[in-house]
Write a protein that binds this ligand. Sequence first.
Ligand code: 4AD
Ligand code: MG
Length: 447
Amino acid sequence: MAPIVSIRKMTDHVGEEVTLEGWLYAKTGKGRLQFLQVRDGSGVCQVVVFKQNVSEADFEAAKTLTQESSLRVTGVVKQDERSPGIPGGYELDANKVEVVQIADNYPISPKEHGVEFLMSNRHLWIRSSRQWAILRIRATIVQAIREWLDTHGFLNVDTPILTPSAAEGTTTLFEIDYHGEPAYLAQTGQLYNEANIFAFGKVYCFGPTFRAEKSKTRRHLQEFWMVEPEIAFCNLEGLMEIEEKFVSHIVQSCIAKNAEELAILERDLTHLQRVSPPFPRIHYDEAVAMINKAAAAGELVPGYEDTVPAIEWGDDFGSPHETYLAAQFEKPVFVHHYPTQVKAFYMEPEPDRAEVCRSVDLLAPEGYGEITGGSERMSDPQKLITAIEKHGLPMDAYEWYIDLRQYGSVVHSGFGLGLERTVAWICGLDHVRETAAFPRTLQYLRP
Ligand code: 4AD
Ligand code: MG
């Protein structure tokens, strides 16, 4: 019996007989030859079924194969430069074809389909080559995230998903019934991370987070994955240095490991190749001045038909502002010191200027907007109590969090990187809905 070999490993078996198990992606045939494009999850391989090399029954069976039919083929691996599928040109010269199941009228054909149709068939759509490429790049990103943190002194300590209180504003909470008591799906693991640094120094949590976002945008999901590193004895400047190394490692890992997938997506790599430390840093004040200058001059937002909208000092940026700002730089850009009023309660205000806080967002190029959000945390217990009161949050829920500032409080900082936004950026996608196998958006809870 020939060994079962995945398409990705086929290049190690040139001249040998192997068995391939997979699904028919496409087929062409003429007379005594059938060309089957077979995918097995690891890649796509051309299978050549030549009438004289297989039994009569197998040749007829190959002819009946429809898109997505499952099959098992045995044959000899050949190298042929002209062969599509595996880079370098490899194909399988079949001597046996076994149909496992004939697929009846697979609904997704290579023609264009509407988003509505594709999303309602997401369970099938994930088999398409673009979706395959995206989800494989997502897996590389996850790997690169863990790899960098695990080798830079961070301990992975995961945080709860069922939580008793808000951390990122009360408007996006998903409430659930916790045995008669209200509880919420975690918006972030940060507050628990802050406890964990006092035990482990540098930690990260990485898991699903939830936000009941009420508006439809290209960047917001209801459920998304966030990696959140948190570091003791680290200030805002130290945080930016960590972020730029971390993000550069993620991008460069994808370029190194996913050439085939990026090519399927026809991703222009020019911007991505430039992603290396240091990243430019601008103060919120400077960002506002840049925006308002462009607004006064009637400049267009790159990729939009609209002009740059003016902004009032103190307001948060909208997508057009972020897109315009990011387009002024060759690399991702840090915007730091946002107005305290638009940021979360736990951010450290600037000592001599409390209306801005020691926060930083990283804006990705090409209109992908905010990829990370982070800050130096408030380390003084009294200041924190005042901030909690000011935000109208229930003090008793945060007692333990205030406690952290009573026993060896230190300057500390952290950030959160949104996995799906990072996938959308690296893959060059218009919308975050393609970045998860089963994305949860305002419109789509099913399948
Ligand atoms: O800026 P955010 O809200 O920051 C926090 O949650 C902090 N507690 C993180 C920290 O400091 N530990 O979210 C962080 C990132 C954003 O920059 C964005 O990439 C992503 O999470 N994000 C979303 N991604 C998809 N859909 C949503 N609804 C998102 N909301 C935030
Ligand atoms: Mg943010």
